[in-house]
Design a protein around this ligand. Structure first.
Ligand SMILES: [Zn+2]
Ligand SMILES: [Zn+2]
Length: 223
C-alpha cells in the first residue's frame, strides 16, 4: 500500500526501482569510482602504501568513493536535502570494500564527522556527515566521536565560493569542545570534499589540540 503512494524511486535517475539499495543497476554502473586515495595537500594520486611522493609526512589522504557528478551527485543531493537515506548503506559498503586495507593501515582510533552549524543541523534535522560516519562505524570497527569539535561561526555555503575564498571562509569556523580529551588518531568523514578547505581547517584545529588527523573519508570528490 505504501509502495503505491510512494513508489520506490532510484535516487540517481528518479526512475521506478525496486532494489533494496535505492540506486538502480544502471546508475550503480554509471558512477565513476576511485580505486586509489589522493593527497589533499598536493592532489597526487597515492599508490598502495598511501605515501605521498611530494608531501612525505604531511600527506593528507582522501578516500573518496566516486567523482562528484551525476548520478552520484544527484544521489548525494537527494540524501542531503530530501532525506533519501537508503543509498548511503550501499555507497559506504562499497567504499570500505575498495579501501579497507589502506584504511586499516592508518590505524585510526575514531571517526569524526565534519560538523554542521547547530542551526543548520536543526533546520535539516540531521547532519549528513554524521549519518555516513555512523554507517561506517561498524564496518571499520571505529567509534564515532561527533562531539569532539563544533562549528562556531556561521559561514556562507562553500559551494558558491572560489578556492581562495573557501579557505578564508572556514578560518576560525571550528572549535574543540572537549579540551582535556586524550590525543586520538582521527579519520574525518564528510559527504563531499571539493578543494579540501574545510577538512584542512578542521585538521589544523584538531592537531592544535594534540590529535592527529590521518585522513578523510567522503562519498564523493569533485572540483
Ligand atoms: Zn537510476
Ligand atoms: Zn601530497
Amino acid at each position: 500500500m505504501l509502495d503505491f503512494v510512494f513508489p520506490p524511486l532510484c535516487a540517481g535517475c528518479g526512475k521506478f526501482d525496486e532494489s533494496a539499495e535505492g540506486i538502480c543497476e544502471s546508475c550503480q554502473k554509471a558512477i565513476e569510482t576511485f580505486s586509489l586515495p589522493i593527497c589533499l595537500s598536493c592532489e597526487s594520486v597515492l599508490q598502495e602504501n598511501v605515501k605521498c611522493p611530494i608531501c612525505a609526512d604531511k600527506v593528507f589522504p582522501l578516500f573518496a568513493y566516486g567523482n562528484y557528478q551525476p548520478p552520484l551527485q544527484e544521489i548525494i543531493i537527494q540524501f542531503k536535502f530530501r532525506d533519501v537515506l537508503g543509498p548511503v548503506k550501499l555507497l559506504t559498503a562499497n567504499l570500505v570494500e575498495t579501501f579497507a586495507s589502506k584504511l586499516q593501515h592508518l590505524s585510526a582510533d575514531c571517526l569524526v564527522p565534519v560538523p554542521l552549524h547547530p542551526q543548520r543541523e536543526h533546520r535539516r534535522g540531521y547532519n549528513q556527515a554524521n549519518i555516513i560516519a555512523e554507517t561506517l562505524s561498524p564496518l571499520l570497527e571505529l567509534p564515532v566521536r561527533a562531539n569532539l569539535i563544533q562549528r562556531t561561526g556561521k559561514r556562507r555555503p562553500q559551494a558558491r565560493l572560489n578556492f581562495a575564498s573557501r579557505a578564508q571562509n572556514v578560518k576560525g569556523a571550528f572549535s574543540i569542545t572537549q579540551k582535556q580529551s586524550e590525543p586520538e588518531k582521527i579519520l574525518l568523514v564528510d559527504d563531499v570534499v571539493t578543494t579540501g578547505a574545510t577538512v584542512t581547517e578542521l585538521k589544523k584545529v584538531l592537531e592544535k589540540a594534540r590529535h592527529k588527523v590521518v585522513g578523510v573519508i567522503a562519498l564523493a570528490h569533485g572540483v
